[in-house]
Design a protein around this ligand. Sequence first.
Ligand SMILES: [Zn+2]
Length: 472
Amino acid sequence: MSDKPLNLVVFGVDSLRADHLSCYGYKRLTTPHIDHLASRGVLFENAYSAYIPTTPAYAAMLTGMDTFTTQVVALGHRGQLDPKTGKYDGQLTPEVKTLPEILRKEGYISACVGGERGPWRGFDRYAHPPRQWLAWADGRADKAEQLNNVTLPILEDMVQSGKPFFLFLRHMDPHAPYLPPAPFERMFYSDNECRPYRKPKDAKGWKPITKPMRPVFDFKPFAEFFKSWMPSGITDGEYVIAQYDGALAYMDACIARLLTRLEELGVADHTLIILNGDHGETLYDHEIFFDHHGLYEPTLHVPLIIVDPRQPKWAGRRVKGFTLHQDLVPTVLELLGIKSRIKFDGQSVVPLIKGERVTNYTEFYITECTWMRKRGWRTPVWKFWEALEPDFHNKPLVELYNLIDDPEEHNNLADKEPQVVETLRARMLAWIEKRKKETGKGEPIQDYHIGLEKRIGSIATAQQLQAQKGQG
Ligand SMILES: [Zn+2]
């Protein structure tokens, strides 16, 4: 094997919940190619997205830093004020370095497909696949194939240059609208998605609807968005879940093409491959339909798979310890043999793979800030969170779940277990104070208010709800 540094390909998939990948135990065979990839490397069973949604999650993934250091806590990070234009630039603070910036000093070239400012700062090249946000009237969405079409020429260029490269890909297939093309749209669903709620007289073949779409469309802030891409007259929520799963299967097949191309180009045995998700997705869970807000497990639990072609001994390993997005950059640098003077908030997961350490976290801070504004504390057994503002779902202001007894988080114990709430809140607050001292910065979620910057749905509804709650 040559001494040339390893190449790096990161699949940073948007809205990919871990438990819908077949290699994470899902009942449907959604991801056979990713499963095969995982069998050649290490699968992390407890990788978490601690800061949702998209922008803070990718910021942690691409800098090795937590939300206190990056100060990125919400979608569409504001960034710094540019005195020339009088506008905010949407960028990360300059003292925080991104992975492509660190790798450039080591002679790497880089490209990013599907991201640009903020967390994706510092790549040499950017590309944006078309047709990523379609409505029902636009037809079926070939998102991952469009991504392949813009990515393959870039990959071929980078291989030809002879320099070590870093390619970052942000697939949008699991992100709503879920509109996978044939045959994937029917891969996991053969029923009539518009069949009546009530059993008709001629009931031959009629199956009861267990996940009705009525409450989905009753949630006004997202109703118009859902109507824009779901079939008219839909009654069965299982169909929409099957579209999400079909989108995974479609993306999986398209990812296989990229992996094949790495082999054809002769670089597969010299390329480190990582697959991760920015956050997961609630489907028909917790009345947060087909989106990624709420601090429930479907949104926080993401896949992490690492394949190092020089480590055949690692094939098929599964790591149970907890890992967070800020661990990715220190992990990559260790695997690429790069020493950095940066003191990352995250830490490498390599000791977990080698069995030298059990977990990277025994407890950790969680936030969400865009549709709802909440913060909390996760341990292996408990998850507690509290709202800093009332939310547009009228959820309880404090939630507490025992994840061993109640892994699906149906039984909120906040009222029954006030001492557990107080213990976890105290640990969270102590950690917040520690991070404020260490960084010299505030808790970023305190500098932010929701309700004014929403781009989908009804602003008035959320604000009215908040106003009513405030009076109550
Ligand atoms: Zn996202």
